[in-house]
Design a protein around this ligand. Structure first.
Ligand code: GAL
Length: 975
């Protein structure tokens, strides 16, 4: 290949001049990091590249510098964005599909740097240049000589540089292309970003060193024995010794040792330090003994069925894209473990190798997924899909080999995944076959093969609850190929590699999925889509931070905010969805049973007992702690339960001063690597005493006044609308059926709900209120209205019955649908506005976070305080948020006044400095401008949230169906 030979760019070949793939090893051989500032020039395409840039004598002094590792489009996005901008598409290729050709407009980065080979660099052996990840294709020169080229963005590539290195200063040059033939294999749902985005290093390969290691560390649960056999690829493998000092193991490579060990599991990530050594090299390994098998149709580790409480993790950082620091990787795992996540699918490519070291250490099950997705071909009926076109076979096998070889020594990696959404085909089957031969110790996953002909688990994404139930019962529809039905139905387990799409507010329905996973042995859990919102951090002109999504960079084709669908926000703050997931999948279930005055602790873990936990209890009367203490509960074995009586102190308590609850919490007894002692793992609550009923009192008559009505201290205008309570200006409350649509309302499988809500026949976002009659009587004030939108055929009758009783103002709203309402309502309640100064919020009810009908597991009953700002959930795409559920009372205070609202018995409420219409109109949080009033929604109900942005909608039991209903609220103002 001459310097200007660019044929590799559009070649389906995975590369040339590369070394064979091998394990990522911690070796004592010399190494030199080449990370840091490189000279950089961005060419518009191959036609625009710099002739001779690789020559040592080339003068690049005028070029900019760029950090390696980094992604060039992530440079100075608030400013000049010198290297182009990110672009986001989900499934569509952003270029014309004409494999393997790519556009002439092919941004090409030219990188150069010099480095000095340290004087002590060994003179013998080989010296290898290792790239951990370059997106998407590249060629490499050392001192002007071409070493080769490579593809496979999220996979390592090594070149032998020995013969081209000189003592002292050397020059390395790399040309990186945004688009290449490989782009057809890398159509994952994420930002298109380019560059040398993972570390680069020069590593020495000693003569007679340890080229590769495959540690087979099995665990026999019947005998408690661990078996270790380490294959070493080395010219002198026979001389390599394997030692595990802690286990007294000292064997030759290839030999087998069996000793009693503590097994590795995600719950008990026990690792043993091992060394593999020849005379010239020492490699450190961290060995976890475990055995993964598909047996009796189940995925078993160490002889036991495991339950995956997983997340799909893309690598993402709002400032650097897919270039992550080790601190960020560790932080992800800490947040996961703190939220009871026990599994990661590395969607949809192998992660930075250091992430897997942390998975071994901290303990999560990993599905390691190959860097492969050809989703865009779906728009061409999968015509020419590389998965079934022979010319791509080598590239497929190469990718699989590079993943398996790199990651084969990780205890945490229990399953290999062929890739994602690449339909089916012979090339996928070949990958599977190769991997099974190379590593019989790990089952194969791939979702695109619904018949499961070449996979070891039946994997699906977004199957709804009903189908998941059928699969659990083995009564699902047959396979397309009848010959495969028995295998799929009876021989392999089921996993949802993606479910519960965490886009915006939600996902709803996780509790119901979890019940199915617990009920059906065959359903071994799943992985929430997805871990993090891929928002790009930007700032407004006045310095306020915001997160960009598709379209914010003027991409001609994009998929909007579909990339904002994670359980954590781009800044890694947990979203309510993650808090909900933590509760839904809690590994210990605490049930407080007031009837039998007992507390049950069920250990839902697969291996570990509960010896790492301790328990606290508290009794609260109307949210105020009246007694608390610790509860002794013996360690409960995995799968077992313990029952203890209520603490004696609870029995000794006097009469309840209000609604009384007992809360029992399980917390870490001591520090773990991922959380401190005291961190809460699980909780349970039981009601010990109900609230005393509100005593009926004297009623105050309503009186007509000059320009309205008066009912005690409440004033109404001539249309019967409340204007003030005491001296406090309160506008409304009036019927409100609208919510700013959530992503799940907006996208929706089938017909998005929002289409019905916005349809002219309903137009719930622009309801008008017509007064039909007002009656003021001895009992209070009655205002009859009809609520409907201009042009709409349907309406809602709403009658407001106001009464003043026992010193409190009460409102009963009776609603009656008129016409054909054949869709669920967004919400049913009233909205009022109050003065802005009432900024302090307190409530007794569900909290502390937002909760909706189908996202309410994490809401416990208690007394909570916040501010209006604190009541908003900062979804990257503004939408309905922040509603608190099961609220008995809520108060808004400020400027010396308090408005308290009472439920009869409960309501849901939101308070915001803007309206639902403002939220609906906003595209980013910084579009929201505070008004000079606060808007309060007091709801009898809200439609559940569901997961319809990608997956099933709201389950029937969580739908808010329009029907005749009445609800009551009380109001009190104090100074
Ligand atoms: C799946 C896909 C994911 C993501 C998700 C929707 O089909 O595997 O990568 O696109 O849908 O967010």
């Amino acid at each position: 290949m001459s310097r200007t030979d660019f044929t590799y760019v559009e070649s389906v070949s995975p590369g040339s001049g590369r070394r064979d793939p091998r394990a990522a090893l911690a070796s004592d051989a010399a190494a030199l990091s080449l990370d840091g500032e490189w000279r950089f020039n961005l060419a518009a395409g191959l036609h625009d590249t710099t002739e001779g840039f690789e020559a040592p004598g080339f003068d690049a002094a005028a070029w900019d510098t760029l950090a390696v590792p980094s992604m060039w489009q992530m440079t100075d996005l608030d400013g000049a964005a010198p290297y182009g901008k990110p672009q986001y598409t989900n499934t569509y290729y952003p270029f014309p599909v004409d494999p393997p050709r790519v556009p002439d407009a092919n941004p090409t980065g030219e990188y150069r740097r010099t480095f000095t080979l340290p004087a002590e660099w060994p003179a013998t052996g080989r010296t290898v240049l290792r790239f951990e990840g370059v997106d998407s294709a590249f060629a490499v020169w050392v001192n002007g000589t071409l070493l080769g080229d490579g593809k496979g963005s999220r996979l390592p590539t090594e070149f032998d540089a020995t013969d081209h290195l000189a003592a002292g200063e050397n020059t390395i040059a790399v040309r990186v292309h945004q688009w290449s033939a490989a782009s057809y294999l890398e159509d994952q749902d994420m930002w298109w970003l380019s560059g040398i985005f993972r570390p680069v290093a020069l590593v020495h390969r000693p003569e007679q060193g340890i080229e590769d290691v495959f540690a087979h560390a099995d665990y026999d649960h019947a005998t408690g024995l661990g078996t270790l056999r380490v294959e070493v690829a080395s010219e002198i493998a026979a001389n390599a010794r394997v030692t595990v000092p802690e286990l007294g193991i000292d064997i030759a490579a290839g030999e087998t040792a069996s000793v009693a060990v503590e097994p590795w599991t995600a719950e008990t990530p026990r690792l043993y330090d091992a060394v593999v050594a020849t005379d010239t090299e020492r490699v450190s390994l961290r060995i976890g003994f475990r055995t993964v098998k598909i047996e009796d149709g189940l995925l078993k580790v160490n002889g036991k069925r495991i339950l995956l409480r997983g997340v799909n993790r893309h690598e993402w950082d709002p400032d650097t894209g897919r270039t992550l620091t080790v601190e960020t990787m560790r932080r992800d795992l800490e947040i996961m473990k703190r939220h009871n996540v026990n599994a990661v699918r590395t969607s949809h490519y192998p992660p930075d190798r250091r992430f897997l070291d942390l998975c071994d250490e901290i303990g999560v099950w990993v599905i390691d997924e190959c860097d492969l997705e050809t989703h865009g071909f779906v728009h061409h009926e999968w015509r020419d899909n590389p998965s079934d076109v022979p010319m791509w076979k080598e590239a497929y096998l190469d990718r699989m080999a590079r993943m398996v070889e790199r990651d084969k020594n990780h205890a945490s990696v229990i399953i290999w995944s062929l890739g994602n959404e690449s339909h089916t085909g012979a090339n996928l089957a070949a990958m599977s076959q190769w991997a099974k031969e190379r590593d019989p110790g790990r089952p194969i996953h791939y979702e695109g093969d619904w018949d499961s002909g070449y996979t070891d688990m039946y994997s699906r994404m977004y199957a709804d609850h009903a189908e998941t139930d059928r699969i659990g019962l083995k009564s699902e529809a047959p396979t397309n190929d009848p010959a495969l039905d028995h295998h799929r139905r009876h021989e392999i387990p089921f996993v949802l590699c993606e479910y519960a799409h965490a886009m915006g507010n939600g996902p709803g329905g996780m509790s119901e999925y979890q019940r199915l996973f617990e009920q059906h042995e065959r359903c071994q859990g799943g992985f929430i889509w997805e871990w993090i919102d891929h928002g790009v951090r930007l700032h407004t002109a006045d310095g306020r931070e915001w997160f960009a999504y598709g379209g914010d960079f003027d991409e001609p084709i994009h998929d909007g905010n579909f990339v904002i669908d994670g359980l954590i926000f781009p800044n890694r703050e947990p979203s309510p969805g993650l808090v909900e997931f933590k509760k839904v999948v809690e590994p210990v279930r605490i049930t407080v049973q007031p009837g039998s005055r007992a507390v049950t602790v069920a250990n839902l873990r697969d291996f570990a007992d509960t010896g790492d936990l301790k328990y606290t209890w508290a009794v609260e009367d109307e949210g105020v702690t009246v007694a608390e203490g610790e509860l002794e509960i013996r360690a409960v074995a995995a799968g077992e339960s313990a029952i203890v009586e209520f603490p004696a102190a609870v029995a000794a308590l006097g009469a309840a001063g209000g609604e009384r609850w007992l809360t029992v919490r399980a917390v870490l007894a001591k520090d773990e690597s991922w959380a401190d002692a005291g961190h809460e793992i699980a909780w349970g609550q039981g009601q010990l005493a109900a609230a005393a009923p509100v005593a009926a009192g004297e009623r105050t008559p309503a009186v007509a006044e000059d320009r309205g009505y008066r009912l005690g201290n409440a004033a109404f205008d001539a249309l019967g609308r409340l204007t003030a309570i005491g001296g406090l200006e309160v506008e409304g409350p009036r019927l409100d059926l609208w919510r700013a649509p959530t992503d799940n309302d907006l996208l929706g499988w089938g017909v998005p709900l929002v289409n019905e809500w916005r349809d002219r026949n309903a137009a719930l976002y622009r309801l008008e209120h017509k007064v039909l009659g007002i009656k003021s009587t001895e009992d209070g004030l009655t205002v009859a209205t009809r609520v409907g939108a201009g042009g709409a055929a349907i309406a809602m009758g709403a009658v407001y019955r106001w009464r003043r009783e026992g010193g409190r103002l009460w409102l009963t709203v009776e609603v009656a649908p008129e016409g054909k309402w054949d869709f669920p309502l967004p919400r049913l309640g009233v909205r009022a506005s109050v003065p802005k100064g009432l900024n302090e919020v307190e409530w007794f009810g569900g909290g502390p976070g937002e909760a909706y009908a189908d996202t309410r597991a994490a809401a416990r009953v208690g007394r909570f305080r916040s501010t209006v700002a604190g009541m908003q959930t900062p979804y990257v795409f503004p939408q309905e948020n922040g509603s608190r559920i099961d609220v008995r009372w809520a108060s808004l205070s400020g400027e010396g006044r308090t408005l308290k609202v009472f439920g009869a018995p409960e309501f849901a409420f939101t308070v915001r400095p803007w309206t639902s219409e403002d939220l609906d109109a906003a595209r980013h949080p910084h579009d929201l401008v505070e008004r000079d009033r606060l808007y309060v929604n007091l709801d009898a109900g809200l439609q559940g949230v569901g997961s319809a942005a990608c997956g099933p909608g709201v389950l029937p039991q969580h739908r808010l169906l329009p029907e005749a209903a009445a609800f009551t609220l009380g109001f009190e103002v104090t100074e």
